[in-house]
Design a binder for this molecule. Structure first.
Ligand SMILES: N[C@@H](CCC(=O)N[C@@H](CS)C(=O)NCC(=O)O)C(=O)O
Length: 191
């Protein structure tokens, strides 16, 4: 989504996660932790971690600025990014790995099935706070669309597909999610 929003064309190579291709010896040379995505840089090095990849792409194409256009914007955006990843996304992903995704993950990472419900609750609790913070905002950082919108959208869209939907009582978040669904990048990135 980030690359599409930036208008950057990338060549994609699919890695079958369900079949465990990402844990093969050849992929572990690309990413020793066996997770996607990875970006091959022009000098042949591999860059791991989705936010680091977005930071790199941000610097290779001038506009639109999705990480921020001033020290203020960048700092605020990065603070949202950290909140989203640490307080929402990671909780949703852990809840998934330890429950619905247990069969896939039980031999890949250390799973704690008894903690699944608590991780889901932690995400929901933090979403309640985010719902209040985005009152009267079009986007997470205010009036400009950013990486934080993409990160939160990906986590919540995935959550909804694995039994962790957004609480219908969180009106601001539900309106924001519906607005996100109107972006072309959401649909293009699914093709
Ligand atoms: N912090 C990493 C997380 C990467 C990650 O967990 N990727 C998932 C898919 S989105 C994955 O590769 N799962 C398959 C596995 O762990 O075997 C990032 O942001 O790049």
């Amino acid at each position: 989504m980030f690359a599409i929003e930036k208008g950057i064309e990338l060549t994609y190579e699919e890695v079958n996660l369900i079949a465990g291709e990402n844990r093969s010896d050849s992929y572990l040379k690309i990413n020793p932790f066996g997770v996607v995505p990875s970006l091959e840089l022009p000098n042949g090095e591999y860059l791991n971690e989705s936010v680091a990849i977005c930071e790199y792409l941000e610097e290779t194409a001038d506009s639109p600025k999705l990480i921020g256009d001033s020290p203020n914007q960048r700092a605020i955006q990065r603070s949202w990014q950290r909140r989203i990843e640490l307080l929402v996304s990671e909780n949703i992903y852990s809840a998934y790995r330890f429950s619905v995704g247990l069969e896939i993950y039980k031999d890949r990472v250390h799973c704690i099935p008894d903690a699944a419900e608590d991780f889901e609750k932690a995400a929901q609790k933090n979403l309640m706070i985010i719902d209040q913070l985005i009152e009267n905002r079009t986007w997470i950082c205010g009036d400009w669309f950013s990486l934080s919108d993409i990160l939160l959208f990906c986590a919540l869209d995935f959550g909804a597909s694995v039994g962790q939907p957004i609480d219908t009582g969180l009106l601001n978040l539900n309106v924001w999610f519906a607005t996100m669904m109107t972006r072309e990048s959401v649909h293009l990135s699914r093709d």
